[in-house]
Every structure is written in structure tokens, then in C-alpha cells.
Design a protein around this ligand. Structure first.
Ligand code: HEC
Ligand code: HEC
Length: 222
């Protein structure tokens, strides 16, 4: 990984970058693909979230957070620790280039299907009242359909699978992610939501509604 990072760095120094993904970025992107998939679709098995179609500024802030220890530094945060390892030695330029690259890829679900423009069509069992909960407690920051809100630094949620969403909510609630010591304003906001608005059933129903893979039990319906 370190060799790949250094190789990427020296190649990046030679020529300008553009968003489509370039030969210069390839060594880094193939390292990412080992966990996040060849199309940035993520891997539920490895706990690596989808990156394709995620907001560029959000990705960049997370990558620098992992690199600089604002995210992933808690000893109990195994997923975050893995990603911190993967971001060692990354330059700001590489972070920007990777973030633009993944942001412009078509959004995919964790199972490789293209995200439908109407998220309802992916989830026949989704309940209207769960949507109301989602919109009330999450939608004003993450967008009514989970499309993200760049001005707030709030990421898209509609590309993330339920297991990842749940794990992050637990991580915010316990302060593994977003405690004051992390000195990261947006993650502290989200910590407050998870810890203080934290009726678990409410949070769970909001997640079930917005997660790309739908309800935990596929039979769940109205
Ligand atoms: C060894 C596996 C592994 C590799 C390699 C890896 N990642 Fe990750 N990545 C993860 C895991 C696991 C997480 C979830 C971390 C958590 O639970 O907080 C993650 C999270 C992320 C996030 C946060 C996304 C979000 O929605 O908050 C970004 C951004 C990211 N990775 C980008 C990259 C990039 C770019 C590369 C290549 C340079 C890369 N990763 C390489 C495993 C990996
Ligand atoms: C006050 C605004 C606000 C509200 C309300 C809010 N969020 Fe967030 N959320 C954010 C911000 C900002 C971030 C980025 C935090 C960071 O950088 O760690 C975030 C991050 C997240 C993440 C991490 C995503 C990733 O890719 O790792 C999840 C999951 C999440 N929110 C779920 C929810 C859910 C579910 C709700 C409703 C129960 C909710 N949020 C309500 C602002 C909000």
C-alpha cells in the first residue's frame, strides 16, 4: 500500500488530473478497489461503504480526517482503523483527485445495481410512515431523499447499505466517531443527533427507509 501510495504521488506530480480517472491515479484506485470495489460500489462484506456518487467535499473531508487522525483513531473503531491505515501518506492533491474521481462515478448500490432515480422503486416494502420519520429527523440535513446537502457537509445516505449506516450511527452514538476530541464540527453534530435524538427505534426506522438495500428482513412491508 505504501509503495502504491508513493508511486501514485510521483506520477501525480508529473501531469494534471481530470475527473474521469487517469493512468496517474490508477495505482491508488486499484488499491482502493480491493475494499471499495472496482466501481466504487463498496463491499458490505468488508464494511467498506460505497464511494461512487458520494459528495466530493465530503469524501475529501473524510480522507483527510482518516489521514490526520480525526476519524478512525479510536481503539475500538476497527473499520475506521483499517481506513486510517489505507490513507497513510496521502497528499492533499491525491485526496482531492480521488474524491473528484469517486464523486463523478455513477452511484451504485452495494449489490452493484445502478441506483434508481426514484428510490421507492428499489424498496417495495418501504413504509410511508418511516419516510415521514426519516424526513423529520434526518431529511433537513441529508436531503429529503437522502441525496446529501453539500452546504452542510452532510453526505448522501441513499447509496449506503443498512449495515454500514447502523454501524456508523452506533459509532457516533458511542463517541467512537464525532466526540469533541476529534475536533471535527460536522461529526460532532452527527454525534449529537445519534446520542441525544437517539430513540433507537426511530433511528432504525429512518435507516431502514433510506438505506439502499431496504429493510433488514426482506419480507418487511406495510
Ligand atoms: C483494507 C480495506 C480498505 C482499503 C484498501 C481502502 N478502504 Fe476506504 N474504507 C474501508 C472501510 C472498512 C471503511 C469504513 C470505515 C468506518 O467504518 O468508519 C472505509 C471508509 C472510507 C471512506 C469514508 C466514506 C464515508 O462514507 O464516510 C472513504 C472516503 C474511503 N474509505 C476512501 C478510500 C480510498 C479513496 C481508498 C484508496 C486510496 C480506500 N478507501 C482504501 C476500507 C478500505
Ligand atoms: C444537524 C444535521 C444532521 C441531522 C439532523 C442528521 N445528520 Fe447525519 N450527518 C450530518 C453531517 C454534517 C454528517 C457528516 C459528519 C462527519 O463528517 O462525520 C453526517 C453523517 C452521517 C452519517 C455517516 C455517513 C457516512 O458515509 O459515513 C450517517 C450514517 C448519518 N449521518 C445518518 C443520519 C441519520 C440516519 C439521521 C436521522 C436519524 C441523521 N444522520 C441526521 C448531519 C446531520
Amino acid at each position: 500500500m505504501r509503495t502504491l501510495t508513493l508511486l501514485g504521488l510521483s506520477l501525480l506530480a508529473c501531469s494534471p488530473l481530470h475527473a474521469e480517472g487517469t493512468a496517474e491515479l490508477d495505482p491508488l484506485i486499484s488499491a482502493c478497489a480491493g475494499c471499495h470495489g472496482g466501481h466504487g460500489e463498496g463491499s458490505a462484506e468488508l464494511g467498506a461503504p460505497a464511494l461512487a456518487g458520494q459528495l466530493s467535499q465530503y469524501l475529501a473531508r473524510q480522507l483527510s480526517g482518516f489521514r490526520d487522525g480525526r476519524r478512525g483513531g479510536h481503539p475500538a473503531d476497527l473499520g475506521g482503523g483499517t481506513m486510517s491505515g489505507a490513507s497513510v501518506g496521502m497528499s492533499d492533491e491525491q485526496i482531492q483527485a480521488l474524491s473528484s474521481y469517486y464523486a463523478q462515478l455513477p452511484a451504485l448500490t452495494s449489490t452493484g445495481r445502478e441506483a434508481a432515480p426514484d428510490p421507492d422503486s428499489l424498496k417495495p416494502g418501504r413504509r410511508a410512515e418511516d419516510g415521514e420519520i426519516y424526513r423529520e429527523v434526518c431529511g433537513h440535513c441529508h436531503g429529503q431523499d437522502g441525496e446529501g446537502y453539500p452546504a452542510m457537509g452532510a453526505p448522501r445516505l441513499d447509496i449506503l447499505d443498512a449495515a454500514y449506516l447502523r454501524r456508523q450511527m452506533d459509532s457516533y452514538a458511542s463517541g467512537q466517531r464525532g466526540s469533541e476530541r476529534d475536533d471535527d464540527l460536522q461529526s460532532v453534530w452527527m454525534h449529537d443527533v445519534a446520542a441525544h435524538d437517539g430513540d433507537r427505534e426511530i433511528l432504525q426506522r429512518a435507516i431502514d427507509y433510506i438505506a439502499v438495500d431496504g429493510y433488514r428482513d426482506t419480507g418487511a412491508g406495510p
